[in-house]
Ligand binder design. Sequence first.
Ligand code: F0G
Length: 413
Amino acid sequence: MTATLRCSSCDARQPFDAPITRCPACGGLLEVDRPDQPADIAARFADRGRCTAWLSRSGVWRFRELILPEARDADIVSWPEGNTPLIERESVSNWAGCRRLTLKHEGMNPTGSFKDRGMTVAVSQARRLGMTGVACASTGNTSASLAAYAAQAGLTGVVLIPAGRTALGKLAQTVAYGARILAVRGDFDACLDLVGRASGSLGLYLVNSINPFRLLGQRTIGFEILEDRRWRAPDWIALPAGNLGNTSAIGAALLDAKRLGLIDRVPRLAAIQAAGAAPFAQSFAGGFAERFTVEAETVATAIRIGNPASHDRAVAVIRGTNGVVTSVTDEEILAAKAVIDGAGVGCEPASAASVAGVRRLVAEGTIGRDDEVVAILTGHLLKDPEILLKAGGGGITEIDPTLAAVEAAIRNG
Ligand code: F0G
């Protein structure tokens, strides 16, 4: 059987290479449905880890059978991305109350966030389809990633961002890579609605995480965590959740890895939202009986999202992984960030939500103190420099250029 695009709402099938991101029949979200997978998949991945060919060095394309086997090498736009480190820091584990906590730092991707894993696939697919431009709505990281990959592919890049609410590092990257930036007087949810309509009329390929090819690429975060652990599943994987594309993608990867026999049990997902932007946590608390929309507000601007587009997909993977959804306050996010930064690791505010969430879930007794937990840090420290300098100037003391002033400042702490 060949691969198709299947509507996750009404099950209608569309050709794999249709340049669409929603079901033409009912408007539902599309999934890539690829029934056949090779049996020797783990051995192939292991061989590739030792290979020096440029595509096999990508932490996305070395899993290409599970991502986009249809792509020819010439279609692929890659940095390469992925291959991000798993790290352990005692101060972070101690703070979270969880002895076996590991951090997966996705901020070590080429544009400083996990978005590159999805973007390499979506932009490669745009090339396969012969599109001339790509577009997205973004809280900042997707726009930086789109801008970089569109520039490399020679495509026009168009991004819609909420005016005045995008962290400085992300905006600067998007400017540098030369995308067309529209700062919308509205929030992320308004941007997403607008870009969905505008991409159709302008002939741009929509590469938000509703695009199933973006999600195929983001699944490699899950595969890479498992492969780096020699296909030994941790008890939990915790991640920040906003529009819920990443929750859906990683959940799907974990379920696929189990189905393919790569792991013998499925890790539980812990999706963490900011308290001021927690419609999914609210829905989880009510057994997913209802879907909510909120006016979102949080210091973690990356996840300042009130109406997550991938809600239904995320419900399926939280159920499928026996996962949980919770929320943490801005104070908890900033406290976690201070610990992660102070450990010499660093991350942007939204990323720290995963560690803050682990601490909360351990305190509640949901995660055991001895459970093995991988917390995903989704973005780099430098994405949001303003928040650090706003919070009291971080130990900067201005002095006169004299030895006495240096000595006095250091001795006085
Ligand atoms: N962490 C960071 C650093 C993000 O930038 C995002 C999303 C998330 C977590 C949440 O992932 O939306 O898949 O649940 N950023 C998007 C953007 C919305 O436009 O860059 P999600």
